[in-house]
Ligand binder design. Structure first.
Ligand SMILES: [Zn+2]
Ligand SMILES: [Zn+2]
Length: 96
């Protein structure tokens, strides 16, 4: 018996365990860093087809002439960011 087929790795992105030989995480699509470290590294910066866990960021700040609004989304697991897009808040924007 060998356990080579059942060895698992933890996803670098979402921490989900999956077979170490798989090319990507079944939960979030992140490339397996054991199989393709370069692709995994690129994905950590926002490339590829990863299902990022977007968290709304509000870095708005006040200055002498008013308020600078700085809104964007950043992934909870990696360095990826993306701008706010029309429709992002259609479902959960607080209603008046
Ligand atoms: Zn994952
Ligand atoms: Zn991410």
């Amino acid at each position: 018996m060998t356990d080579a087929n059942t060895a698992t790795t933890l996803c670098w992105h979402c921490s989900e365990p999956y077979p170490i030989g798989d090319e990507s995480c079944p939960a979030c699509n992140a490339t397996n860093g054991n199989v393709n470290p370069e692709q995994a590294q690129a994905e950590a910066k926002g490339a590829g087809n990863v299902d990022h866990e977007w968290k709304f960021q509000d870095d708005s700040f006040d200055h002498a002439f008013g308020t600078e609004r700085v809104h964007y989304f950043a992934c909870a697991h990696c360095e990826a960011t993306r701008p706010v897009e029309a429709g992002d808040f259609d479902d959960n924007w607080p209603e008046d």
